[in-house]
Ligand binder design. Structure first.
Ligand SMILES: O=C(O)C1=C[C@@H](OP(=O)(O)O)[C@@H](O)[C@H](O)C1
Ligand SMILES: C=C(OP(=O)(O)O)C(=O)O
Length: 428
């Protein structure tokens, strides 16, 4: 269903009448794949990446690296072989990164290592996702760069060096700004200190992932206090890396299992993941007794999964700490509230930047014909498919948007025995 089929306009899900059992291996982690692709490109030599995610987001990263003279081979469906001189060359034109936040943010900092001008740009959605704090941090250490009123495109006039010294960054809108600076900083002309300002960043676990990936490529990075990292100017050396499965992708399968009372073997235990969203497994396991309040700040990409699950919970659930969900692929607080309420009016609402899901266990078994708008957001499509496991009549529009991080998502559901009625054609 992934490669040979025409574009799908919509998918209608047939509710399952029993528990879902089976084995589904989620694809490789998007976060780790895009980190190690970049780090391999900054390392001299050949790096082999196995277990990698092949999806739109990683394709955009790989294409951008190729445009800067890096050889990125794809010997099979889950491997990249990256060969680099350790230098990024000026690309012939703008780097186009679609709506891949990791690629956009990580490359904005990394292209300062190019000797020449680079424009880093994305699609119409990315052009609404803030990049101003990262650009301001780069400018504060003398890098000549500009954005379009705080949003992409970003133009960077690189000198081939990252510089050295202290960089302050407000990571409250996106932890990716911090990760971007850390990764570029190991190619500095001297030690660099990256220090957080402003409010606490959400999803600190993503910064931990960055530090771990940097160390795998030989970097020396230490956390000197709760809000500061010191990076030595070691550059990177080539490495062979095996990427763990994607924890955010895993959340849909964990949720599908509890929602149907089944058991889906992912081949990886929840505590074997190093990604922040794996924390959602313990919460999902409490279904149908999810807590009255869930702080989503340290498992942000799992919030759509948890919110749809919450609709079937015994009691209402308030999601807090999720303000920056408004600047993801879409405004996810608005999207979740609107689309849950499309299934049954009043099922969810916003309170400031909190999302409150009213919950209605009696939803299961009902017929409520609903077309779910997905806003070009893979996580809205994947999470609302879960509702279709229990409610008859759920149709997901533009289901191909899952290709951003999980192109085989619908195949995975089908392999578990979920009935999918496809309607083909251009997305509505
Ligand atoms: O660093 C990363 O790999 C990511 C960080 C998070 O974004 P923000 O840092 O923008 O919150 C997360 O939502 C995104 O899917 C992946
Ligand atoms: C927010 C996400 O992606 P990104 O920021 O990498 O575009 C996501 O995958 O949920």
């Amino acid at each position: 269903m992934t490669d040979a089929r025409p574009n799908m306009k919509a998918v209608t899900i047939t509710p399952v009448d029993g528990p879902l059992y089976g084995h589904v291996a989620p694809p490789g982690s998007k976060s780790i794949t895009n980190r190690v692709l970049l780090l391999a490109a900054l390392a001299k030599g050949t790096s082999r990446i196995t277990g990698a995610l092949k999806s739109l987001d990683t394709k955009l990263m790989a294409e951008a690296l190729r445009a800067m003279g890096v050889t990125v081979d794809e010997p099979d469906a889950t491997s990249f072989v990256v060969t680099s001189t350790g230098r990024l060359m000026p690309p012939a034109g703008p780097l186009y990164l679609g709506n891949a936040g990791t690629a956009m943010r990580f490359l904005t900092a990394a292209v300062t290592l190019v000797e020449g001008t680079v424009v880093v740009d994305g699609d119409e959605h990315m052009r609404k996702r803030p990049i101003g704090p990262l650009v301001a941090a780069l400018r504060s250490v003398g890098i000549d760069c500009s954005d379009a009123g705080g949003y992409p495109p970003v133009k960077v006039h690189g000198t081939g060096r990252f510089g050295s010294g202290r960089i302050e960054i407000d990571g409250s809108l996106s932890s990716q700004y911090v990760s971007a600076l850390l990764m570029a900083a190991a190619c500095g002309s001297g030690p660099v200190e990256v220090a957080l300002t402003g409010t606490e960043i959400g999803a600190r676990g993503y910064v931990d992932l960055t530090v771990a990936a940097m160390r795998s490529f030989g970097a020396k990075v230490e956390k000197t206090d709760d809000a500061t990292w010191r990076i030595e100017p070691t550059g990177y050396r080539a490495a062979d890396i095996h990427v763990e499965p994607d924890a955010s992708a895993a959340t849909y399968l964990w949720a599908a299992a509890v929602l149907t009372g089944g058991d889906i073997d992912l081949g990886t235990a929840p505590d074997a993941f190093t990604q922040p969203d794996a924390k959602a497994a313990a919460l999902i396991a409490t279904f149908p007794h999810l807590p009255a309040e869930i702080d989503g700040s340290q498992m942000q990409d799992a919030v759509p999964t948890l919110a749809v699950l919450a609709a079937f919970n015994e009691t209402p659930v308030r999601f807090t700490g999720i303000a920056n969900l408004r600047v993801k692929e879409c405004d996810r607080i608005r999207a979740l509230s609107t689309e849950l309420s499309r299934i049954r009016p009043g099922l969810a609402h916003e309170e400031g930047d909190d999302l409150v899901v009213s919950s209605d266990p009696a939803l299961a078994g009902q017929t409520l014909p609903t077309s779910i708008e997905t806003y070009s957001d893979h996580r809205i499509a994947m999470s609302f498919a879960l509702a279709g496991l229990k409610v008859r009549g759920i149709t997901i529009l533009d289901p191909d948007c899952t290709g951003k991080t999980y192109p085989a998502y619908w195949d995975a559901l089908a392999s578990l025995g979920v009935g999918l009625d496809l309607s083909e054609g251009a997305p509505a």
